[in-house]
Design a protein around this ligand. Structure first.
Ligand code: PBG
Length: 325
């Protein structure tokens, strides 16, 4: 009996052969760790919806950033969690050099220098009393253009604190251009922009909202994208590149790998993906129940991002994965 002539299984016979023909790989240098630093606490606070992730104190952040550098990952993305009394309608603590995020940037840079790329979330939602990413007009709608002025000032404040790369995540129209112009005008030409190019209004952000103590009522559907739209994600990413983005990101990750691939094929800058809180917590919850092999699921997840076109991956597993790799 004649068997098949073409046998793809031949190249799967041994680990060393499988490694030789692997099309993609994940390394520590691709990974970026998102981190939360909270004002006014004296010990790290566990985030119950994200087992293994904490809100850091300024001190514990410094230690964790040093560990991230030792693990050889690419960078950290910092999110600030201010006291409720420091939240207001305009999110002004985001612009304050003594605001929690700005002091945390300075702490991180003092700790690791250039051994990591220190990145910061450039968005008002952690700082506004209403929890939106932008400021509101008198009718309660997002005021896109007044928000841009605040983003420009926030970017400069972060640059003054020493950040290497800012991550505008608010999905306001025109945000990359105004941030670039403000950084340049303040002689921060070397601060780069990782733009959240395609960012979708997602249910998978749920655990993050606990992580940052979000005050949000309602949703973000007038600025974050409709999950139904892939072409629009490409358009958003192209607009960010036109406006001066150095890297564009697609977020969330796993439910949007098609968008990631389309963006990767459409732009000529590096592309990042954000393996967000809900994606993290689903794996952790399933593993805690003994339903999946946790480490294998983590590595498969990260490999999927690389295969879909991600040059860099923001993931809460960054340091642990770096040790596994
Ligand atoms: C907004 C922001 C969000 C995340 C990062 N930046 C949440 C949102 O848009 O509500 C989510 C990250 C995650 O879920 O891990 N500044």
């Amino acid at each position: 009996m004649d068997g098949p002539v073409i046998r793809p299984r031949r190249l799967r016979q041994t680990p060393v052969l499988r490694r030789m023909v692997a099309e993609t790989s994940v390394a520590a240098r691709h990974l970026i760790l998102p981190m939360f630093v909270r004002e006014g606490i004296d010990a790290p606070v566990p985030i119950s919806s994200m087992p293994g992730v904490v809100q850091h104190t300024r001190d514990s952040l410094r230690k964790a950033v040093a560990e991230a550098a030792d693990a050889g990952i690419a960078g950290v993305m910092l999110f600030g969690v201010p006291d409720d009394e420091h939240k207001d309608a305009d999110g002004s603590a985001a612009l304050d050099p003594d605001g929690i995020l700005n002091v945390a940037i300075a702490d991180a840079v003092a700790e690791v220098g250039d051994a990591l790329t220190v990145m910061s979330d450039l968005c008002l939602d952690e700082f506004t009393s209403h929890g939106h990413c932008g400021v509101l007009d008198e009718r309660g709608r997002i005021d896109n253009d007044r928000t841009l002025e605040l983003y420009a000032a926030m970017g400069v404040a972060q640059a003054e604190a020493g950040v290497h790369m800012v991550g505008p995540s608010g999905m306001m129209d025109g945000q990359v251009a105004v941030i670039r112009a403000a950084l340049d005008a303040a002689s921060h030409q070397d601060v780069s922009i990782l733009a959240y190019g395609a960012k979708y209004a997602s249910a998978f952000y749920g655990p993050f909202r606990e992580a940052v103590g979000s005050s949000l009522q309602g949703d973000r559907r007038t600025y974050q994208q409709d999950p139904a739209n892939g072409g629009e994600g490409v358009r958003e990413a192209l607009l960010d590149v036109e406006q001066g983005a150095d890297i564009v990101m697609v977020k969330p990750g796993l439910p949007y790998l098609d968008v990631l691939r389309r963006v990767k094929d459409a732009v000529d800058v590096p592309v990042a993906a954000y393996n967000i809180s809900g994606e993290y917590s689903m794996v952790e919850a399933a593993a805690a129940n003994g339903w999946i092999d946790r480490e294998a699921a983590i590595l498969e997840t990260l490999t999927a991002f690389r295969r879909a076109g991600a040059d860099a991956i923001l993931t809460y597993w960054a340091v642990e994965a770096a040790h596994m790799l």
